[in-house]
Design a protein around this ligand. Structure first.
Ligand code: ATR
Length: 275
């Protein structure tokens, strides 16, 4: 029987996940279909119950449901529970198990450029949901330093306090981070600043950036934010958000099917969708 996969979110019409996963199902000759569902917060409980009742094989969860889904699941793995966000659910013999592949997806994408986070001096800009997944995941990799810069300092401090995997982090204002920028060999921009349509903005001016640093921005629309453009002009190595998106999907696909898919194929597909 055809297997059902889904993504639940609100809004959901611009999600690129259905085309990406349906292409993989047909490429690997798996009899399955992946559908987007717009689910309002008050209907999340019923939607999850419904997916379980009809035997959906798995689903993704996106904004704004990544945290609210947790009490509706049968089990949540350790990393997802500590982050407090689930983006991937697997139906294992009738039990819904939640995972977070956003942080691990970022890490896997990073590995294409930086073999290991061990010993790296890392700066995470932003302290929202995406920063949380990336920060907790990288903190487990034994970096030499992993600091958080955020407009609201208390939010950065809270993130550091919540993280069970490190106690070496400092919370910085954006101005402080700007001053210390040359100290970091890996800088990860996780805020929504620079995302279309506000493409002219950037969180830091990058005046003190070392040309030896690597700068990542998790935004993929536009493919090159003002922040990345400037980092590139300064000679730094840059990475946009396509890798994180593709690898979070690849890790979800692997959890559902046991197959780690062709990420180059996924990347091409996503780039085509972005136009
Ligand atoms: P997401 O879940 O996508 O990470 P979020 O939880 O809304 O989104 O977090 C957005 C992040 O972008 C936060 O770190 C936010 O900073 P605050 O904690 O100070 O709100 C940051 N951010 C958004 N717009 C910003 C702006 N104009 N200037 C500085 N930081 C901004």
């Amino acid at each position: 029987m055809k297997k059902l996969f889904a993504v639940l979110g609100d809004p959901i019409e611009h999600s690129m996940s259905p085309i990406m996963h349906n292409d993989l199902f047909s490429f690997y000759q798996i009899d399955a279909h992946y559908l987007p569902f717009r689910v309002k917060g008050e209907n999340l409980h019923d939607a999850v119950k419904g997916l379980k009742a009809i035997g959906a094989a798995g689903f993704n969860v996106t904004v704004p449901h990544k945290s609210k889904i947790i009490p509706l699941l049968d089990e949540v793995d350790e990393l997802a529970a500590s982050i407090g966000a689930v983006n991937t659910v697997v139906n294992e013999g009738g039990k819904l198990i939640g995972y977070n592949t956003d942080g691990p997806g970022f890490l896997k994408g990073l590995h294409a450029h930086v073999p290991s986070a061990v010993g790296q001096k890392i700066l995470v800009i932003g302290a929202g949901g995406a920063a949380r997944a990336i920060y907790f995941t990288l903190a487990r990799e034994n970096p030499q330093a992993i600091d958080i810069a955020n407009r609201t300092l208390e939010t950065a401090l809270k993130l550091i306090e919540d993280c069970p995997y490190t106690n070496i982090s400092r919370a910085l204002s954006l101005a402080e981070a700007n001053q210390k920028l040359a100290e970091y060999n890996l800088i990860i921009q996780t805020t929504t600043i620079g995302m279309s349509p506000k493409i002219a903005e950037q969180p830091l001016d990058l005046g003190n950036l070392s040309h030896k640093s690597m700068v990542c921005d998790i935004i993929y629309n536009p493919l090159e934010t003002q922040f990345l453009r400037e980092a590139s002009i300064k000679g730094a190595k840059i990475q946009n958000g396509i890798d994180m998106f593709v690898y979070q999907g690849a890790l979800a696909f692997e959890k559902w099917t046991g197959i780690f898919p062709d990420v180059e194929r996924m990347r091409e597909n996503v780039l085509q969708q972005l136009g």
